[in-house]
Write a protein that binds this ligand. Structure first.
Ligand SMILES: NC(=O)C1=CN([C@@H]2O[C@H](COP(=O)(O)OP(=O)(O)OC[C@H]3O[C@@H](n4cnc5c(N)ncnc54)[C@H](O)[C@@H]3O)[C@@H](O)[C@H]2O)C=CC1
Ligand SMILES: O=C(O)C(=O)CO
Length: 386
C-alpha cells in the first residue's frame, strides 16, 4: 500500500477538512476555502497518478470533502471511505467524469461536482490547433527543419490540405463541439456536418447567420447539416473532430469499420476521451493510409500509446493538454473548490452550469451556490434561485 507522505496544509485550525489530491493552479481556490473555515490539505507527493489506496490514506478518518483528478478511480471503495470519514462532497477538477462512479457516490450520499464551461473555448482551440497542424503538416515540417534537411523551396515540399470550402464534421456538438465548429466555420469558411443525440440549435443559427453575411458580401455562403447517423459525418467530412462524453454508447465509437468509411485524406481529431477511438485499429489505419492524418490529445490507456502510434508520421500526439491555459486551469480549480465548499456549507446548486462566469470573477465574492453537481437531482439537492 502506497501511502502519500508529503502534504501541504493551509489554515490548520479550520473546522472543515478539505483534501486536494493534487496541487492545482492559482491560489484563489485555496483562499476561497480557507476564508470559509476550511483546513486545506494538498497532496504534494511526486507521483502523477494516485492509487485508490493512496487516496484512502489521504482521506483518513475525518474528511469533509475531496477535490480529485480525472486520472483517479473514484468508485465504491473511495466513496464508501469518504462517507466513513464523514465526507459528503467530491469534485473532479474536470468537466468529464467518466472516472467517477456516480451511482456509487449517490449511494453514499456524496455530491459529485465537475467544472463545465470554463474550459470550452480552451479545449476547442486545441482541437482547432490539431486540425490545422494536421492539415498543414506542421509537426513533420518542424522536425524536418530542425534535422537540417531543408535545402530550398520545392513545389512538392510538405503539401497539405486547404480547409476553406471543405467540410468539417463534429461528433458530439455540445459545449466544446459547438465552440470548435464555430471556430472552423467562421475562421476557415468550412461547411458543417454534425452528429449529436440532440439538435444544436444555437450552432445551426450561428452558421445560418454567418452564411447569410458571406452571401451578402458576395462570397460563397457556408452551410450546415445535422446528420441522422454518425456514418454520414464520417463519409462526408474532410476534417472530423470528436467531442462526445465517454460512456457505454461512445466507447470505440470510431472503430476499424468506421475508419474505413472515412475519406483517404481525411483528418481525425480527438480531444474528448481516448477510448472513443479503437486506438489499435487507428494505428493500422494510419499505416495503410499515409495521407490520412490524426491529431490526438487523449489516448485509450493513458499515459500509454498503443504500439506503433509514436512511429507514425501522420499522427500528431500531445499529452492531454486541451484545457491547459492558465485562465482555464485556475478557473477549473476554483469551480472544483466551490463545488466542495458549497456542499459542505449546504448551499443550493447553481441553476445553469453553462453560465459559470459569476464564480470566476476575481473582484467579487462568488455566489453562495455549488457551480455544478452532476447528481444533484438524485440527491434531492435544492436548485439555486440566483
Ligand atoms: N482533452 C481534454 O482535455 C478535455 C476533454 N473533455 C472531454 O470532452 C467532453 C465533452 O465536454 P463538453 O462539450 O463540455 O460536454 P457536453 O455535455 O456539453 O457535450 C457532449 C455532447 O456529446 C453528446 N453525445 C453524448 N453521447 C453521444 C453519442 N453517442 N453520439 C454523439 N453525441 C453524443 C451529447 O449529446 C452532448 O451534446 C467531456 O465529457 C470530456 O470527456 C473536456 C474538456 C477537456
Ligand atoms: O475537463 C476534462 O474533462 C479534461 O479532460 C481536462 O480538462
Amino acid at each position: 500500500m502506497a501511502t502519500p507522505v508529503s502534504i501541504e496544509v493551509w489554515n490548520p485550525n479550520g473546522k472543515y477538512r478539505v483534501v486536494s489530491t493534487k496541487p492545482m493552479p492559482g491560489t484563489r481556490w485555496i483562499r476561497l476555502l480557507t476564508d470559509q473555515d476550511c483546513r486545506v490539505e494538498i497532496c504534494t507527493q511526486r507521483k502523477t497518478i494516485l492509487s485508490v489506496d493512496d487516496i484512502l490514506a489521504l482521506i483518513g478518518d475525518k474528511c469533509d470533502g475531496v477535490i480529485g483528478q480525472l486520472t483517479e478511480d473514484w468508485g465504491e471503495v473511495l466513496f464508501s471511505g469518504l462517507s466513513r470519514a464523514g465526507g459528503r462532497a467530491f469534485s473532479n477538477m474536470a468537466v468529464g467524469y467518466n472516472n467517477v462512479d456516480v451511482n456509487a457516490a449517490t449511494k453514499y450520499g456524496v455530491a459529485v461536482g465537475n467544472t463545465p464551461g470554463v474550459l470550452t473555448e480552451t479545449t476547442a482551440e486545441l482541437a482547432a490547433s490539431l486540425s490545422l497542424s494536421a492539415s498543414r503538416r506542421i509537426v513533420e515540417a518542424d522536425e524536418f527543419m530542425r534535422a537540417g534537411l531543408y535545402d530550398g523551396w520545392l513545389p512538392h515540399l510538405f503539401v497539405g490540405n486547404l480547409l476553406k470550402g471543405q467540410t468539417v464534421g463534429v461528433i458530439g456538438a455540445g459545449r466544446i463541439g459547438s465552440a470548435y465548429a464555430r471556430m472552423m466555420v467562421e475562421g476557415f469558411k468550412m461547411n458543417l456536418i454534425y452528429y449529436d443525440l440532440y439538435q444544436a440549435t444555437r450552432l445551426e443559427k450561428f452558421v445560418t447567420a454567418y452564411g447569410e453575411f458571406l452571401k451578402a458580401s458576395g462570397e460563397a455562403p457556408v452551410t450546415w447539416r445535422r446528420a441522422s447517423t454518425m456514418e454520414e459525418v464520417l463519409r462526408e467530412a474532410d476534417v472530423i473532430s470528436l467531442h462526445p462524453v465517454l460512456d457505454k454508447t461512445t466507447y470505440h465509437l470510431v472503430n476499424k469499420e468506421r475508419l474505413s468509411m472515412m475519406k483517404k485524406e481525411a483528418i481525425l481529431v480527438n480531444c474528448s476521451r481516448g477510448p472513443v477511438i479503437d486506438e489499435a485499429a487507428l494505428v493500422e489505419h494510419l499505416k495503410e493510409n499515409p495521407m490520412f492524418r490524426v491529431g490526438l490529445d487523449v489516448f485509450e490507456e493513458e499515459p500509454y500509446m498503443k504500439p506503433g502510434l509514436a512511429d507514425m508520421k501522420n499522427a500528431i500526439v500531445v499529452p492531454h493538454i486541451a484545457s491547459a491555459s492558465k485562465w482555464t486551469r485556475e478557473g477549473m480549480a476554483t469551480l472544483a473548490a466551490l463545488n466542495v465548499l458549497g456542499k459542505i456549507k449546504g448551499y443550493p446548486v447553481w441553476s445553469d452550469p453553462n453560465r459559470v462566469e459569476p464564480f470566476l470573477n476575481e473582484n467579487s465574492p462568488p455566489p453562495a451556490a455549488c457551480p455544478s453537481i452532476v447528481n444533484a437531482k438524485a440527491l434531492g439537492l435544492t436548485a439555486s434561485k440566483l
